[in-house]
Design a protein around this ligand. Sequence first.
Ligand SMILES: *Cc1c(COP(=O)(O)O)cnc(C)c1O
Length: 397
Amino acid sequence: MSEVFKGSFTQQEPIPDAGIEAAIEVMKSGRLHRYNVAGDDPGEAALLEREFAQAMGAKYCLAVASGGYALACALRAVGVEPGEPVLTNAFTLAPVPGAIASVGAVPVFVGVTEGLVIDLDDLAAKAGEARVLMLSHMRGHLADMDRLMEICDAHGITVIEDCAHTMGARWRGRLSGRDGLIGCYSTQTYKHLNSGEGGFLITDDAEIAARAVVLSGSYMLYGRHLAAPEEAVFEAVKYDTPNVSGRMDNLRAAILRPQLARLDAQCAAWTARYRVVEEGLRGAPGLTVVERPEEEEFVGSSIQFLLLDWAEEKINAVLRRCAARGVELKWFGGAEPAGFTSRYDSWRYAPSMPMPESDRILKSILDMRLPLTFGFDDCALIARIIRAEVGAVFQGE
Ligand SMILES: *Cc1c(COP(=O)(O)O)cnc(C)c1O
């Protein structure tokens, strides 16, 4: 009998008790809106922002309704205009080009390497085409951030980082989200903190921070923030910054604060699981493990491997055979968008030039989440199943 995996790839851990208790307190108080505070209690949302700014080493932090909102808010805060081209990754998830489209701007896709990071040669070639790069650290893979910033600095490109998969990760010791002008994060259920929906934006730039706070819907209550710039900065921007409502509420903030306190331990737990799967897959015939650079301290909340130059029907056979044994793989190369995955050429509102080298890689990417509800034995079993099924299809069984 062949082994079958019985776990769920979409089952996250429960919210920690402290988060549940804090959430109940907020509900008992009835004060869910972030500016509905009593006495000298600053409210959960303001406290969360102060704690997240501190955890990331940023001067300013704004908590918002979603990661996608944080990205669009960042684009607005840097003054991206309708019709303006914005560089971004060809390998990313739909909310990234979607955020660009939401401000009327036009995504210009930059290719992907076998390391699953933005192709820096392609970026250098296209650097003259835009003044903003929305950089997606897709699936937790960090590009050489030193070289990337050199290219962008040389061309005067403002970098906005999408850290939906890199909260807690580092490049040469620097936390992800701290190289660009703005770092954006998601606290949607499948990310590194879970409030169902939610997000953050961090920056050291006072004017950008003030614009973001007003954009998020602070009205003239920005003085209640604990991780925002001083009054004078708001005075300079408050009349010409629209309110594009997208606030975080106190209930979600209450759920998030205890999770933030244990972020480092969670990140280490993900990466330990990743290493077990990676070891189990290494050397499997026909399969390419994505080697991680030494400078990268990644968070292994998901894992990818490549089936380079495999025929479509063989990849489909691997997906089917793994699924039959309980292992749910996602394929980024499918011609039709499915589930959470889609290809840059399926975002038809954003016309793209063909990128044959990237297409070859995208076609080969198989992906899987590693929720912390999986134990090490689960991870080893999953790797055995993938290894066996990839091997069987590779050898034409
Ligand atoms: C989840 C995600 C987002 C958007 O986050 P939401 O909170 O779902 O809006 C952006 N980029 C990437 C790469 C993501 O995975």
